[in-house]
Design a protein around this ligand. Structure first.
Ligand SMILES: [Fe+2]
Ligand SMILES: [Fe+2]
Length: 411
C-alpha cells in the first residue's frame, strides 16, 4: 500500500482505503480498480492524495523540482517574524509554520509581501475615542439593511413546515442571488458530478440550511463596496474572509460536525466588525493599524486597548441587529477568545481558521502578525496537526474556483 497524489493516478489503479467527501459521504470504495471518471471526481473534490495498492505511480520518475533554498530561507525568515506572538513549541503551530514556509517558498516570487512596513502607514491626525462601541451604537450610523429576500429566506427556514420548493421560490425572486448561488453550487466547494442549472435541484442536492447559510453570508458581504484605499483593498479583505469560511468548513468536516454550512458563514463573516471600522471609522481603524505596527502587537488587542472593544464585538452587535442565527453571532463574537464562548467548539474552529489564513497570507483584514493560538481551543477541537496539509490543499483548490466572488483588482 502506498500514498499517491491524485494528479498522478491512472485508470486501473486500485484504491486501498475508502475516499469520503467533506460530509463523510463515500466517494470511492476501496478494493476496486478506478476509471478516468473516478479520477475526475477526486479532482473536483480537491482530494490531494489517496492510498493505492502497489508501487507509487511516480516511482522511477524524476523527483519533483526542489524548492529553491533561497526562497525557502526567505519564507522561513518572513514567517518567523510574523509568528512573533504565537507559541512556536505548540505542535499545531509548528505544523502550520512548516506548511506555511513550504507554501510561500513554493510560490517564490509570486507571493506579494505580507504587510506594508510600519513607515508606510501614516499616523492619523486625531487620537481615537474610547468606549467606541457605545459611541457606535449611539450614533446609529446608516448601515445597509439586509436585502428583504434574505429575511424572507430566514423565515422559510425557521418554519419546520416549509418545503424545499417554497425555499426555491423565494430564491428565484432574485435573479442575481439565483445566478450567484448556482455558480457556487457548481464550484468545487460541493464537487457535484454534473451541472446544476436550477435552484430547486440545488436545494435538493445540498439542502435548505446549507443554501440559506450561503445566501446569508454572500448577501451580507456584498452589501459593502469600498474600503478606503489607505487601509486595504476590498478584494484582499474578501479573500481573507472567503478563505476563512472555506477553512472553517473543512475543519468542521474534519471534526465530523453536522452544521458545516454555518461554520462557512461564520468564517465568512468573522471580521465583519472590522469592515465596519474600515468603512465608517477610517480614522480609528488607521490609528489602530498604526499602533499595532509600532508596538508589534496584534490589531485586535490594540483595538481593544484603544477603542474599549474589538472588531468581533462590533460584529456581534451587527449580526444580532440583523437577526442572524445565534450560533453565527457567538462564533463571530468569540473568534479571538474561543474559550469564553457559550459553545467553544464553533468559535475554536473559526479561531484556528483565522490563524491559518493569516499565516498563509491569503488576503488580509489588517493583522500584520499571526494572532496567538488558544491552546484550550485547539484541545477542544480534538484534531491532529497533520490535518493542515490536506486542509491547505483543499482550501487553495476551492478558493480558486470561487474567484468569481472577488472583485477585480483595481489600481
Ligand atoms: Fe478577527
Ligand atoms: Fe480574520
Amino acid at each position: 500500500m502506498t500514498t499517491a497524489r491524485t494528479k498522478k493516478l491512472k485508470p486501473g489503479m486500485v484504491i486501498t482505503d475508502d475516499v469520503r467527501d467533506i460530509k463523510g459521504r463515500l466517494l470511492l470504495s476501496r478494493g476496486k480498480p478506478i476509471g478516468s471518471d473516478h479520477i475526475r471526481i477526486l479532482k473536483i473534490w480537491g482530494i490531494p492524495q489517496v492510498e493505492i495498492a502497489g508501487v507509487p505511480p511516480d516511482a522511477g520518475a524524476a523527483p519533483p523540482d526542489p524548492i529553491d533554498p533561497a526562497w525557502l530561507e526567505a519564507a522561513r525568515q518572513e514567517t518567523d517574524r510574523r509568528f512573533l506572538l504565537t507559541e512556536r513549541d505548540h505542535p499545531a503551530v509548528r505544523e502550520i509554520f512548516n506548511q506555511v514556509v513550504i507554501y510561500r517558498a513554493g510560490r517564490g516570487a509570486l507571493m506579494p509581501p505580507l504587510s506594508p512596513p510600519p513607515e508606510a502607514i501614516a499616523a492619523p491626525a486625531k487620537e481615537p475615542d474610547r468606549d467606541f462601541l457605545e459611541k457606535f451604537i449611539d450614533q446609529d450610523i446608516a448601515l445597509p439593511e439586509i436585502p428583504s429576500i434574505v429575511l424572507e429566506l430566514n423565515e422559510v427556514i425557521s418554519n419546520p413546515l416549509s418545503s424545499a420548493d417554497q425555499m426555491a421560490q423565494v430564491i428565484n425572486k432574485s435573479p442575481s442571488l439565483t445566478a450567484l448561488l448556482l455558480k457556487i453550487v457548481n464550484s468545487s466547494l460541493y464537487g457535484l458530478p454534473s451541472k446544476v442549472d436550477r435552484v430547486s435541484l440545488a436545494v435538493t442536492l445540498i439542502g435548505t440550511r446549507e443554501l440559506s447559510a450561503l445566501a446569508l453570508g454572500i448577501s451580507i458581504l456584498s452589501m459593502f463596496k469600498n474600503i478606503p484605499s489607505s487601509l486595504l483593498t476590498m478584494r484582499s479583505f474578501l479573500q481573507h474572509s472567503l478563505a476563512c469560511g472555506i477553512v472553517s468548513r473543512l475543519l468542521a468536516a474534519q471534526k465530523t460536525m453536522r452544521q458545516t454550512e454555518q461554520m462557512f458563514t461564520a468564517g465568512l463573516l468573522h471580521d465583519i466588525g472590522r469592515l465596519i471600522l474600515f468603512i465608517y471609522f477610517p480614522n480609528e481603524a488607521l490609528s489602530a493599524i498604526h499602533h499595532a505596527h509600532q508596538t508589534s502587537d496584534c490589531l485586535y488587542r490594540v483595538e481593544e486597548k484603544r477603542l474599549g472593544c474589538h472588531h468581533a464585538q462590533i460584529g456581534k452587535y451587527l449580526l444580532n441587529r440583523w437577526r442572524l442565527p445565534l450560533i453565527i453571532e457567538n462564533t463571530v463574537c468569540f473568534h479571538h477568545e474561543p474559550a469564553e464562548a457559550p459553545d467553544p467548539v464553533p468559535a475554536a474552529i473559526v479561531h484556528v481558521a483565522d490563524l491559518l489564513v493569516n499565516a498563509l497570507g491569503i488576503g488580509t483584514s489588517g493583522e500584520h502578525l499571526i494572532p496567538p493560538l488558544d491552546a484550550h481551543a485547539w484541545e477542544a477541537l480534538e484534531l491532529s496537526p497533520s490535518c493542515f496539509e490536506v486542509v491547505i490543499q483543499q482550501t487553495l483548490h476551492q478558493l480558486n474556483t470561487l474567484e468569481f466572488l472577488l472583485p477585480e483588482n483595481r489600481p
